[in-house]
Design a protein around this ligand. Structure first.
Ligand code: F6P
Length: 408
Protein backbone atom coordinates (compact mmCIF):
# COMPACT_ATOMS: atom_id res chain seq x y z
CA UNK A 1 0.00 0.00 0.00
CA UNK A 2 1.28 3.46 -0.87
CA UNK A 3 2.03 5.33 2.35
CA UNK A 4 2.40 9.04 2.97
CA UNK A 5 5.33 9.97 5.16
CA UNK A 6 6.22 13.37 6.57
CA UNK A 7 9.78 14.31 7.50
CA UNK A 8 10.96 17.31 9.48
CA UNK A 9 14.07 18.53 11.27
CA UNK A 10 13.76 20.03 14.74
CA UNK A 11 16.17 21.74 17.17
CA UNK A 12 19.70 22.95 16.41
CA UNK A 13 21.05 21.90 13.03
CA UNK A 14 24.09 19.67 12.54
CA UNK A 15 25.94 18.01 9.68
CA UNK A 16 24.16 14.97 8.27
CA UNK A 17 20.52 16.13 8.50
CA UNK A 18 20.22 16.32 4.71
CA UNK A 19 21.82 12.90 4.38
CA UNK A 20 19.02 11.49 6.58
CA UNK A 21 16.36 13.28 4.51
CA UNK A 22 17.93 11.85 1.36
CA UNK A 23 17.95 8.35 2.78
CA UNK A 24 14.30 8.61 3.86
CA UNK A 25 13.24 9.86 0.42
CA UNK A 26 15.22 7.19 -1.46
CA UNK A 27 14.05 4.29 0.69
CA UNK A 28 10.42 5.45 0.67
CA UNK A 29 10.42 6.13 -3.10
CA UNK A 30 11.77 2.63 -3.66
CA UNK A 31 8.56 1.32 -2.07
CA UNK A 32 6.45 3.74 -4.12
CA UNK A 33 5.58 5.88 -1.08
CA UNK A 34 5.22 9.65 -0.98
CA UNK A 35 7.42 11.82 1.25
CA UNK A 36 6.39 15.31 2.35
CA UNK A 37 9.20 17.60 3.53
CA UNK A 38 7.74 19.74 6.32
CA UNK A 39 9.43 23.17 6.34
CA UNK A 40 10.74 24.71 9.60
CA UNK A 41 9.81 21.94 11.99
CA UNK A 42 6.33 21.86 13.47
CA UNK A 43 5.74 25.42 12.15
CA UNK A 44 5.42 23.79 8.71
CA UNK A 45 2.52 21.63 9.89
CA UNK A 46 0.77 24.76 11.15
CA UNK A 47 1.34 26.39 7.74
CA UNK A 48 -0.24 23.35 6.06
CA UNK A 49 -3.23 23.57 8.38
CA UNK A 50 -3.59 27.29 7.69
CA UNK A 51 -3.45 26.64 3.94
CA UNK A 52 -0.24 28.69 3.60
CA UNK A 53 1.39 25.82 1.74
CA UNK A 54 -0.15 23.09 -0.37
CA UNK A 55 0.65 19.40 0.16
CA UNK A 56 1.82 18.95 -3.46
CA UNK A 57 4.44 21.70 -2.97
CA UNK A 58 6.01 19.73 -0.12
CA UNK A 59 6.51 16.48 -2.04
CA UNK A 60 10.18 15.44 -2.09
CA UNK A 61 11.56 13.57 -5.09
CA UNK A 62 14.63 11.42 -5.18
CA UNK A 63 16.19 12.72 -8.35
CA UNK A 64 18.76 15.14 -7.02
CA UNK A 65 19.02 18.83 -7.76
CA UNK A 66 18.12 20.77 -10.81
CA UNK A 67 21.63 22.08 -11.51
CA UNK A 68 22.16 23.19 -15.10
CA UNK A 69 24.78 21.59 -17.35
CA UNK A 70 26.57 18.33 -16.81
CA UNK A 71 25.82 18.42 -13.07
CA UNK A 72 22.09 18.08 -13.81
CA UNK A 73 20.56 15.57 -11.41
CA UNK A 74 23.63 15.50 -9.16
CA UNK A 75 22.64 14.19 -5.76
CA UNK A 76 24.48 16.58 -3.48
CA UNK A 77 22.08 16.36 -0.58
CA UNK A 78 24.22 14.01 1.45
CA UNK A 79 27.19 16.38 1.29
CA UNK A 80 25.35 19.51 2.38
CA UNK A 81 25.31 20.77 5.93
CA UNK A 82 22.32 22.50 7.56
CA UNK A 83 18.82 21.34 6.74
CA UNK A 84 17.14 21.89 3.37
CA UNK A 85 13.87 21.84 5.30
CA UNK A 86 14.96 24.44 7.85
CA UNK A 87 14.72 23.77 11.56
CA UNK A 88 12.98 25.14 14.59
CA UNK A 89 14.50 25.57 18.03
CA UNK A 90 12.12 28.04 19.66
CA UNK A 91 8.50 28.36 20.71
CA UNK A 92 6.28 26.00 22.61
CA UNK A 93 4.02 23.99 20.30
CA UNK A 94 2.24 22.46 23.28
CA UNK A 95 0.09 25.61 23.77
CA UNK A 96 -3.48 24.44 22.99
CA UNK A 97 -4.25 26.66 19.98
CA UNK A 98 -0.86 25.94 18.41
CA UNK A 99 -0.87 22.20 19.04
CA UNK A 100 -4.37 21.94 17.58
CA UNK A 101 -3.15 23.49 14.32
CA UNK A 102 -0.05 21.28 14.18
CA UNK A 103 -2.18 18.20 14.67
CA UNK A 104 -4.50 19.56 11.97
CA UNK A 105 -1.55 19.85 9.56
CA UNK A 106 -0.67 16.16 9.99
CA UNK A 107 -4.31 15.30 9.32
CA UNK A 108 -4.54 17.52 6.26
CA UNK A 109 -1.50 15.79 4.73
CA UNK A 110 -3.15 12.43 5.55
CA UNK A 111 0.17 11.16 6.84
CA UNK A 112 0.73 7.54 7.87
CA UNK A 113 3.84 8.49 9.84
CA UNK A 114 6.03 11.47 10.69
CA UNK A 115 9.80 11.10 10.87
CA UNK A 116 11.30 13.69 13.22
CA UNK A 117 15.05 14.19 13.08
CA UNK A 118 15.75 15.90 16.39
CA UNK A 119 17.23 15.86 19.87
CA UNK A 120 15.81 14.90 23.24
CA UNK A 121 14.06 18.26 23.72
CA UNK A 122 12.18 17.98 20.41
CA UNK A 123 11.23 14.36 21.04
CA UNK A 124 9.82 15.28 24.45
CA UNK A 125 7.57 18.00 22.99
CA UNK A 126 6.54 16.27 19.75
CA UNK A 127 5.75 12.98 21.52
CA UNK A 128 2.93 14.79 23.30
CA UNK A 129 1.53 16.07 19.99
CA UNK A 130 1.83 12.59 18.50
CA UNK A 131 -0.10 11.13 21.39
CA UNK A 132 -2.90 13.67 21.09
CA UNK A 133 -3.06 13.52 17.30
CA UNK A 134 -2.77 9.72 17.19
CA UNK A 135 0.29 9.96 14.93
CA UNK A 136 2.89 7.38 14.18
CA UNK A 137 6.06 9.21 15.27
CA UNK A 138 9.43 7.83 14.28
CA UNK A 139 12.34 9.67 15.92
CA UNK A 140 15.87 9.85 14.54
CA UNK A 141 18.52 11.22 16.95
CA UNK A 142 20.75 14.09 15.89
CA UNK A 143 23.02 16.42 17.86
CA UNK A 144 26.69 17.29 17.92
CA UNK A 145 26.42 16.92 21.72
CA UNK A 146 25.73 13.16 21.37
CA UNK A 147 23.50 13.29 24.43
CA UNK A 148 20.33 11.55 23.26
CA UNK A 149 19.78 8.61 25.62
CA UNK A 150 19.60 4.95 24.48
CA UNK A 151 21.72 5.54 21.38
CA UNK A 152 25.50 5.39 21.29
CA UNK A 153 25.65 7.81 18.37
CA UNK A 154 23.62 10.72 17.08
CA UNK A 155 23.82 12.26 13.62
CA UNK A 156 26.35 15.12 13.49
CA UNK A 157 28.60 14.05 16.35
CA UNK A 158 31.32 12.44 14.27
CA UNK A 159 31.60 15.43 11.93
CA UNK A 160 31.77 17.84 14.88
CA UNK A 161 34.54 15.71 16.44
CA UNK A 162 36.47 16.08 13.18
CA UNK A 163 35.88 19.82 13.01
CA UNK A 164 37.10 20.39 16.56
CA UNK A 165 40.04 18.01 16.09
CA UNK A 166 41.12 19.97 13.01
CA UNK A 167 40.77 23.26 14.89
CA UNK A 168 43.02 21.91 17.67
CA UNK A 169 45.56 20.86 15.08
CA UNK A 170 45.55 24.35 13.58
CA UNK A 171 45.81 26.03 16.97
CA UNK A 172 48.77 23.85 17.99
CA UNK A 173 51.18 25.59 15.63
CA UNK A 174 50.32 29.14 16.56
CA UNK A 175 50.39 28.10 20.24
CA UNK A 176 53.85 26.58 19.76
CA UNK A 177 55.17 29.57 17.82
CA UNK A 178 54.31 31.94 20.68
CA UNK A 179 54.81 29.65 23.71
CA UNK A 180 51.13 30.08 24.49
CA UNK A 181 48.47 28.22 26.37
CA UNK A 182 45.49 27.96 24.03
CA UNK A 183 42.17 27.55 25.80
CA UNK A 184 39.55 26.23 23.40
CA UNK A 185 35.84 26.42 24.22
CA UNK A 186 33.93 23.54 22.67
CA UNK A 187 30.14 23.16 22.35
CA UNK A 188 28.06 20.69 24.34
CA UNK A 189 25.36 22.39 26.35
CA UNK A 190 25.31 19.85 29.19
CA UNK A 191 27.49 17.01 27.94
CA UNK A 192 31.23 16.68 27.35
CA UNK A 193 31.33 13.93 24.69
CA UNK A 194 32.48 16.32 21.96
CA UNK A 195 35.24 17.87 24.10
CA UNK A 196 36.41 14.47 25.31
CA UNK A 197 36.62 12.83 21.89
CA UNK A 198 38.05 15.82 20.02
CA UNK A 199 40.38 16.66 22.89
CA UNK A 200 41.93 13.20 22.75
CA UNK A 201 42.08 13.15 18.94
CA UNK A 202 43.45 16.71 18.79
CA UNK A 203 46.25 16.23 21.33
CA UNK A 204 44.91 18.35 24.21
CA UNK A 205 46.87 18.48 27.46
CA UNK A 206 43.82 19.29 29.55
CA UNK A 207 40.16 18.42 28.89
CA UNK A 208 37.52 19.86 31.20
CA UNK A 209 33.98 18.49 30.86
CA UNK A 210 31.01 19.21 33.15
CA UNK A 211 30.59 15.56 34.14
CA UNK A 212 34.07 15.50 35.71
CA UNK A 213 34.66 19.17 36.48
CA UNK A 214 31.33 20.88 37.18
CA UNK A 215 33.01 24.11 38.33
CA UNK A 216 36.43 25.70 37.90
CA UNK A 217 37.66 26.02 41.47
CA UNK A 218 41.11 26.82 42.82
CA UNK A 219 42.12 23.15 43.03
CA UNK A 220 41.44 22.64 39.33
CA UNK A 221 43.37 25.79 38.39
CA UNK A 222 46.25 24.61 40.53
CA UNK A 223 46.34 21.24 38.76
CA UNK A 224 46.17 22.84 35.32
CA UNK A 225 49.00 25.23 36.14
CA UNK A 226 51.09 22.40 37.62
CA UNK A 227 50.57 20.50 34.40
CA UNK A 228 51.70 23.49 32.36
CA UNK A 229 54.73 23.91 34.60
CA UNK A 230 55.67 20.25 34.13
CA UNK A 231 55.35 20.54 30.36
CA UNK A 232 57.64 23.57 30.47
CA UNK A 233 60.20 21.67 32.52
CA UNK A 234 60.23 19.08 29.76
CA UNK A 235 60.87 21.74 27.16
CA UNK A 236 57.38 22.07 25.74
CA UNK A 237 56.38 25.67 26.28
CA UNK A 238 52.88 25.59 24.81
CA UNK A 239 49.75 23.78 25.89
CA UNK A 240 46.25 23.05 24.62
CA UNK A 241 43.36 23.24 27.07
CA UNK A 242 39.88 22.14 25.97
CA UNK A 243 36.93 23.31 28.02
CA UNK A 244 33.37 22.26 27.35
CA UNK A 245 30.79 25.06 27.43
CA UNK A 246 28.83 23.20 30.14
CA UNK A 247 31.59 23.73 32.72
CA UNK A 248 30.64 26.45 35.20
CA UNK A 249 32.68 29.24 36.79
CA UNK A 250 33.95 29.05 40.37
CA UNK A 251 30.59 30.33 41.67
CA UNK A 252 28.73 27.54 39.91
CA UNK A 253 27.31 29.84 37.24
CA UNK A 254 27.36 29.30 33.49
CA UNK A 255 29.56 31.73 31.56
CA UNK A 256 28.82 32.53 27.96
CA UNK A 257 32.56 32.45 27.30
CA UNK A 258 33.92 29.95 29.78
CA UNK A 259 37.06 29.66 27.60
CA UNK A 260 37.89 33.34 28.17
CA UNK A 261 37.10 32.97 31.86
CA UNK A 262 39.41 29.97 32.19
CA UNK A 263 42.14 31.63 30.16
CA UNK A 264 42.12 34.65 32.55
CA UNK A 265 42.03 32.43 35.64
CA UNK A 266 45.00 30.35 34.41
CA UNK A 267 47.03 33.51 33.84
CA UNK A 268 46.13 34.86 37.29
CA UNK A 269 46.84 31.57 39.02
CA UNK A 270 50.17 31.12 37.24
CA UNK A 271 51.27 34.50 38.69
CA UNK A 272 50.26 33.34 42.16
CA UNK A 273 52.28 30.15 41.71
CA UNK A 274 55.36 31.92 40.49
CA UNK A 275 55.34 34.02 43.64
CA UNK A 276 55.54 30.88 45.83
CA UNK A 277 59.27 30.70 45.40
CA UNK A 278 59.01 27.04 44.42
CA UNK A 279 61.55 26.30 41.69
CA UNK A 280 59.18 24.41 39.49
CA UNK A 281 56.91 27.42 39.11
CA UNK A 282 59.72 29.89 38.53
CA UNK A 283 58.86 30.83 34.95
CA UNK A 284 55.08 30.80 35.40
CA UNK A 285 54.93 34.59 35.31
CA UNK A 286 55.51 34.30 31.58
CA UNK A 287 52.51 32.10 30.89
CA UNK A 288 50.64 33.74 28.06
CA UNK A 289 47.09 32.49 27.47
CA UNK A 290 44.62 32.98 24.62
CA UNK A 291 41.01 31.81 24.37
CA UNK A 292 39.25 30.60 21.22
CA UNK A 293 35.53 29.93 21.11
CA UNK A 294 34.84 27.64 18.17
CA UNK A 295 31.11 28.44 18.10
CA UNK A 296 28.68 27.42 15.40
CA UNK A 297 31.40 26.34 12.99
CA UNK A 298 31.09 23.07 14.96
CA UNK A 299 27.57 22.61 13.62
CA UNK A 300 28.65 22.80 9.99
CA UNK A 301 31.06 21.16 7.54
CA UNK A 302 30.71 18.35 5.01
CA UNK A 303 29.39 15.35 6.97
CA UNK A 304 32.02 12.66 7.51
CA UNK A 305 31.53 9.24 5.94
CA UNK A 306 30.61 7.92 9.41
CA UNK A 307 27.79 10.45 9.71
CA UNK A 308 26.64 9.74 6.15
CA UNK A 309 26.61 6.01 6.80
CA UNK A 310 24.70 6.53 10.03
CA UNK A 311 22.25 8.80 8.18
CA UNK A 312 21.75 6.18 5.45
CA UNK A 313 21.17 3.45 8.04
CA UNK A 314 18.84 5.53 10.26
CA UNK A 315 16.71 6.64 7.28
CA UNK A 316 16.47 3.13 5.92
CA UNK A 317 15.53 1.69 9.34
CA UNK A 318 12.85 4.36 9.83
CA UNK A 319 11.19 3.33 6.59
CA UNK A 320 11.48 -0.40 7.44
CA UNK A 321 9.88 0.23 10.83
CA UNK A 322 6.94 2.06 9.21
CA UNK A 323 6.56 -0.73 6.63
CA UNK A 324 6.38 -3.24 9.48
CA UNK A 325 3.58 -1.20 11.04
CA UNK A 326 5.60 -0.51 14.16
CA UNK A 327 4.49 2.63 15.93
CA UNK A 328 6.24 5.42 17.86
CA UNK A 329 9.82 4.25 17.80
CA UNK A 330 13.26 5.78 18.38
CA UNK A 331 15.89 4.64 15.90
CA UNK A 332 19.19 4.02 17.67
CA UNK A 333 22.75 2.85 17.10
CA UNK A 334 23.77 0.24 19.63
CA UNK A 335 26.52 -2.36 19.60
CA UNK A 336 27.32 -1.70 15.93
CA UNK A 337 23.71 -2.15 14.87
CA UNK A 338 20.75 0.00 14.00
CA UNK A 339 17.75 -0.81 16.16
CA UNK A 340 14.33 0.61 16.98
CA UNK A 341 13.00 0.95 20.53
CA UNK A 342 9.58 2.16 21.71
CA UNK A 343 9.39 5.87 22.48
CA UNK A 344 7.15 4.87 25.37
CA UNK A 345 10.31 3.54 27.07
CA UNK A 346 12.43 6.53 26.11
CA UNK A 347 10.29 9.60 26.80
CA UNK A 348 9.71 9.01 30.56
CA UNK A 349 13.47 8.78 31.05
CA UNK A 350 14.06 12.01 29.07
CA UNK A 351 11.31 13.80 31.02
CA UNK A 352 12.68 12.67 34.35
CA UNK A 353 16.11 14.07 33.41
CA UNK A 354 14.60 17.36 32.24
CA UNK A 355 12.61 17.66 35.48
CA UNK A 356 15.74 17.08 37.55
CA UNK A 357 17.82 19.36 35.33
CA UNK A 358 20.09 16.44 34.43
CA UNK A 359 21.68 15.66 31.08
CA UNK A 360 19.91 12.57 29.65
CA UNK A 361 23.14 10.98 28.37
CA UNK A 362 26.21 12.45 30.08
CA UNK A 363 29.76 11.14 29.79
CA UNK A 364 29.93 8.42 32.44
CA UNK A 365 32.78 8.58 34.92
CA UNK A 366 33.78 5.06 33.93
CA UNK A 367 33.54 5.80 30.19
CA UNK A 368 36.39 4.02 28.47
CA UNK A 369 37.50 7.20 26.70
CA UNK A 370 37.89 8.95 30.06
CA UNK A 371 40.41 6.31 31.10
CA UNK A 372 42.05 6.55 27.67
CA UNK A 373 42.52 10.29 28.20
CA UNK A 374 43.94 9.64 31.64
CA UNK A 375 46.37 7.01 30.46
CA UNK A 376 47.61 9.41 27.80
CA UNK A 377 48.43 11.82 30.61
CA UNK A 378 45.67 14.28 29.75
CA UNK A 379 44.45 16.13 32.83
CA UNK A 380 40.68 15.64 33.12
CA UNK A 381 40.20 17.05 36.60
CA UNK A 382 38.59 14.10 38.28
CA UNK A 383 39.92 12.97 41.64
CA UNK A 384 40.84 9.50 40.48
CA UNK A 385 43.52 10.82 38.17
CA UNK A 386 47.08 11.72 38.98
CA UNK A 387 50.29 10.71 37.32
CA UNK A 388 51.53 7.42 38.65
CA UNK A 389 54.62 7.59 40.84
CA UNK A 390 56.57 5.71 38.23
CA UNK A 391 55.60 8.20 35.55
CA UNK A 392 56.17 11.09 37.94
CA UNK A 393 59.72 9.89 38.61
CA UNK A 394 60.48 9.86 34.89
CA UNK A 395 60.00 13.62 34.65
CA UNK A 396 63.29 15.42 34.42
CA UNK A 397 63.93 17.92 37.21
CA UNK A 398 64.25 21.51 35.95
CA UNK A 399 67.99 21.65 36.56
CA UNK A 400 68.57 18.46 34.52
CA UNK A 401 66.35 19.33 31.61
CA UNK A 402 67.77 18.53 28.26
CA UNK A 403 64.89 19.59 26.06
CA UNK A 404 66.10 17.71 23.02
CA UNK A 405 66.31 14.44 24.87
CA UNK A 406 62.81 14.60 26.34
CA UNK A 407 59.81 13.54 24.35
CA UNK A 408 56.29 14.46 25.29
O1 F6P B 1 22.71 21.19 21.30
C1 F6P B 1 23.56 21.52 20.28
C2 F6P B 1 24.18 22.86 20.52
O2 F6P B 1 25.02 23.10 19.44
C3 F6P B 1 24.91 23.00 21.85
O3 F6P B 1 26.15 22.37 21.81
C4 F6P B 1 24.93 24.49 22.02
O4 F6P B 1 24.98 24.86 23.36
C5 F6P B 1 23.62 24.88 21.46
O5 F6P B 1 23.22 23.88 20.54
C6 F6P B 1 23.62 26.22 20.76
O6 F6P B 1 22.34 26.45 20.28
P1 F6P B 1 21.83 27.74 19.49
O7 F6P B 1 21.47 27.25 18.15
O8 F6P B 1 20.65 28.19 20.26
O9 F6P B 1 22.94 28.74 19.46
Amino acid sequence: MCKKIGVLTSGGDCPGLNAVIRSVVKCASYRGWEVYGIPRGTDGLMAVYQGLCQPEDLLLHEHGFNIPGILQGLDILQFLSGSVLGSLSRGNPSQPEISQQIIGGYKRLELDALIVIGGDGSFDIIYDLAHRGNWNLIAIPKTIDNDVPFTERSIGFDTAVSTVTNALYDLTFTAASHDRVMVVQVMGRDAGHLSLYAGIAGGADVILIPELVPTIHEGILHQICSRIAKLRQKGRRFALVVVSEGVKNRDGRKERYIGDYLSDRIREHSLVLCSTGHDKYCDMNQVDTRATTLGHIQRSGVPTSVDRLLAAAFGSKAIDVIAENQHNQLIIWKESQVQAIPLADVIPEIRQCHRENRCPAPVKHDDYMVSVAQSLGIYTGNERFHFSDQRESCWAEPSNVNAEAVHV
